[in-house]
Design a protein around this ligand. Sequence first.
Ligand SMILES: [Zn+2]
Length: 202
Amino acid sequence: MVDLIPSSDTVMQILKRTGAFREGHFVYPNGKHSPHYFQMPLAFRYYDTARVLAVALSRKFRVDRDISSQLPKVSIISPSSGGIPVAFGVRDALSAEQIYWAEQEGGKRMFRQYINKGEVNPCILVDDIIRSGHAIEETAALVKELGANVIGCGAIVRFTSAPDKLGDFPIRSLVEFDAHMYDGGDSCVDCRNNAPIEHVRF
Ligand SMILES: [Zn+2]
């Protein structure tokens, strides 16, 4: 029997092995420096890995009786394209009825699907990684505008600097990561040590 909720260390090993988590000296497009870099789609390019991660996250929802009692009339919602494979994996594991995902369009987050009020089942919001929490908060607001209830939310990784709750609900995650971000080179430890820089796109 496979361990369905792997430990945080095991998940980090998976992310390292697939290149989804790297350590080094990274500069982001917004100019921030960091000693670590997450690129979660690299973990989701392997079907088996994607499945292990999504099933593990789904177990965190399954144990919640408020959620499990509403299945399968539940909608799994991703705030962005990065969360789509997570949403499909979680949907599969929970046999939930619907999937939706949002995208940024002209600076505004909106659902890719045309949705009418009242069409969306009670929602679980899932993402690959929660860095600031803004994407998931914006998506929760969209869902409410459509007359649907949020009944849970989670991600594979949550930065501890992001909120750990969405309204009344805990944000469930497989890894709680204490991220280090420096506003620029002046405050960056790796810059002080002259470590070679790698510029990243996302
Ligand atoms: Zn630096």
